[in-house]
Write a protein that binds this ligand. Structure first.
Ligand code: RIB
Length: 305
């Protein structure tokens, strides 16, 4: 099955700091690196590394050749990426010593999609899978068009903002959120209320809720499955959620098992947090499988509740 990921491409400027810069403060970074990033790019690479047939749809900024080459290096099909006269999207990322990040985004080329371009790409994916995040424009049009074409739509509502409430979410089949995004969309305060509240609002949807160190949960086809997490030393959490999503989606679509998809995704993202950078930290499937086989990260609880 083909997957089209209509998603962002960002240049990630990553600064290592002891603590995040406070308002009014000037601070020197301990280290600086530039990586290929963007939730779209990271998720496409994770899908490719997990063995999916993945096509990326996006506008490419004038300074973005490196982003396209990075996708190609990992086996993502870039034939639908179109160049434009904009600066590439970029992210200014502070990573503090505990591995947490703080991200400032500039949309650039990610925000100049047109309906014509969306049509041009999507017509090649009728009846296939579509993955979306929330870093590009034309989201409502893409969702509606995809449904018209009979696509199955996976939507990662990240970064969460008010616009999401106006999207035609009835076109989404699988909604993917973390705890913060989930609470906002479900309008609730407690983690355990997120999926029940989302089910009331969107009764036909499936949900993947990622909870960082507390694991993840899936509600799909009347089944609730909960998965734990591996507790590993953290270098940089940037892109760990994207890694999770790519490995989860690729494995579920290939193998049809939510349990296996959760186990693989959890292991892949545990490996990703051990390395700096977003796309650069995504492991290969072979490594993920070896780590699971040899139980290198210890046991992982996956249970139906
Ligand atoms: O999810 C991580 C990504 O968010 C980074 O690569 C950055 O570009 C932002 O889009």
């Amino acid at each position: 099955m083909k997957i089209c990921n209509f998603g962002s491409l960002n240049l990630d400027f990553v600064y290592r700091v002891d603590f995040f810069v406070k308002p009014g403060e000037t601070k020197s970074a301990k280290n600086y690196s530039m990586y290929a990033g963007g939730k779209g790019l990271n998720q496409s690479i994770a899908l490719a590394k997990a063995g999916a047939e993945i096509y990326h749809g996006s506008m490419l900024g004038e300074d973005g050749q490196f982003l396209k080459e990075t996708l190609e290096k990992y086996g993502v099909d870039t034939r639908y990426i179109k160049s434009c006269h904009e600066k590439s999207g970029h992210a200014v990322i502070q990573v503090e010593d505990g591995g947490q990040n703080s991200i400032l985004l500039y949309g650039g080329a990610n925000q100049v999609m047109t309906e014509e371009y969306v049509d041009e790409v999507l017509k090649n994916f009728a009846g296939e899978m579509l993955l979306l995040q929330n870093e590009i424009n034309e989201m409502p049009y893409i969702m509606r068009k995809a449904k018209e074409l009979g696509c199955q739509v996976y939507f990662n509502a990240a970064p969460m903002n008010k616009k999401v409430f106006d999207y035609p979410l009835e076109c989404v089949d699988f909604l993917i959120v973390n705890e913060v995004e989930g609470k906002e969309l479900a309008a609730c305060d407690k983690e355990e209320e997120i999926i029940p509240e989302l089910r009331k609002k969107y009764p036909k949807m499936s949900f993947l809720l990622t909870l960082g160190k507390r694991g993840s949960m899936v509600y799909h086809k009347n089944r609730f499955i909960r998965c734990g997490a591996h507790h590993v030393p953290v270098v940089d959490t940037t892109g760990a959620g994207d890694t999770f999503i790519g490995f989860f989606m690729a494995t579920y679509l290939k193998r049809g098992s939510i349990r296996e998809a959760l186990e693989i995704a959890t292991t892949a993202s545990a490996l990703a947090v051990g390395k700096e950078g977003a796309s650069d930290s995504i492991p290969d499937m072979e490594r993920v499988r070896k780590v699971i086989e040899k139980k290198c990260l210890g046991p992982l609880k996956v249970e139906e509740i």
